[in-house]
Design a protein around this ligand. Sequence first.
Ligand code: B1M
Length: 210
Amino acid sequence: MAVLDEIKEATIAGNRDKTVEAIDKALTEGISAADIIQKALIEAMSVVGEKFKNNEIYVPEMLIAARAMKSGLEKLKPLMVGEEVKSLATVVLGTVKGDLHDIGKNLVGIMMEGAGMKVIDLGVDIAPEKFAEAVKNENPEFLGMSALLTTTMPAMKETIAVLDNEGIRGNVKVLVGGAPVTQKFADEIGADGYAENAAEVVDKVKAMLS
Ligand code: B1M
């Protein structure tokens, strides 16, 4: 089996040790960290999502697959994050209220750090008020929100409303993303930017800075 398929299979099966071992093997074969993430780990999560949708697996299996993916990302993070010279911008990042998905958000954070940004990761299930407090305290150029559930997308709009009410909406550019989020939704809620994936988010931030 090709090594990328090995990583994918091990992640789908939720086998952390095998995932990390196969990643080591891929790195020795000269495969880049970015390719491992894109062609094995992210693909594994799409398969897991499909299986869940089709009732072939349930939440526990989805969770152990997610843990295997996280271990893989932790292994690859040092390779993605280069030497930071000067911070390009500060980003406050988090998954919105009611939502516990953090793999994509973490990947976005890794890519941002890799591009020289300072990332303040608030974590998951972040209430609008907590986002607003961080914007006040940290004075970032960007606020990045992630949502993976259709039911938690409205929390992005609520957060923007709280920023507005607190008079700090103009201090920060709001970026949104996550599987169910679209450019249309971002426009509707008055976000400044939307990115489909972790690579695109870096391009968007850079474009907004120039
Ligand atoms: Co959940 N889950 N989950 N889940 N889960 C989904 C999202 C789902 C699509 C599965 C499905 O039905 N096919 C579905 C949502 C349906 C919907 O709302 N439309 C779902 C559901 C229903 C649920 C529960 C409700 C299940 C239940 O309990 N019955 C529950 C909700 C818990 C909660 O949050 N309150 C739940 C729980 C979980 C686990 C805890 C088991 C686990 C999460 C573990 C973790 O994150 N630590 C989990 C997982 C793993 C998934 C799937 C399988 C994979 C998500 C993932 O990590 N993808 C997912 C199915 C799927 O997406 N295919 C699913 C890989 C990741 C790299 O991609 O997160 O999309 P993604 O991030 C991308 C882009 O979206 C983008 O860049 C990233 C990298 O390219 N991006 C941004 C993300 N954030 C961004 C921010 C930006 C810009 C881009 O700017 C700031």
